[in-house]
Design a protein around this ligand. Structure first.
Ligand SMILES: [Fe+2]
Ligand SMILES: [Fe+2]
Length: 183
């Protein structure tokens, strides 16, 4: 997505932005992880040499991503929605400032990007050769689509959603402190 689109996104509410991330990227990620796991099962049955190493990184990617999506959907995103709903009252949380879960999510994003890098290296950027098995080619194109979507997904969270949530919370904290000082 280019900077013009990001400009447009900054006019969306945080709630709209989160809904869009969940309905596009989160749904797509879960569907594609399942589809790629099925394709990988077919390749393992044929004992193709790529299967073992690909499976190693892919299983790690899946094991990182599924709980990551859950934590965003059940802990971080509901808190951000609450922040926006009532700008006069900071919602209660079990994690202190929103910066804490965001720091954790960003660390997990770095690990996802590392695993994608490993999968790209292993597959020459998901590029089949003329003698590549048809199932492996299908695996590469599915993984290339998931890779591109994850890159965009992570960029929207790291560069648009998270900074806006941190800014909103810090403005609300400053307001609350000013009101307490006046009282
Ligand atoms: Fe996400
Ligand atoms: Fe994320």
């Amino acid at each position: 997505m280019n900077s013009q689109s990001d400009k447009n996104l900054s006019h969306d509410s945080l709630n709209e932005l989160i809904t869009d991330i969940e309905q596009s990227h989160h749904v797509f990620t879960r569907t594609e992880l399942n589809r790629i796991a099925d394709l990988l099962d077919d390749i393992k049955l044929k004992s193709l040499p790529i299967a073992h190493k690909f499976e190693h990184y892919f299983m790690e990617l899946q094991a990182d991503l599924l709980p990551h999506l859950m934590k965003e959907e059940h802990i971080l995103f509901p808190y951000i929605r609450e922040l926006e709903k009532d700008p006069k009252h900071l919602p209660g949380s079990c994690f202190g400032s929103v910066s804490n879960p965001i720091r954790m999510m960003k660390t997990e994003h770095v690990n996802v990007m590392y695993l994608l890098e490993k999968l790209r290296e292993l597959t020459a950027n998901y590029t089949p050769t003329p003698d590549t098995d048809a199932d492996v080619s299908a695996l590469y194109s599915a993984m290339a689509r998931l890779d591109a979507d994850l890159e965009e997904h992570i960029r929207r969270e790291d560069s648009v959603l998270f900074p806006r949530a941190i800014q909103l919370e810090s403005e609300m904290t400053a307001q609350t402190e000013a009101i307490s000082a006046d009282a």
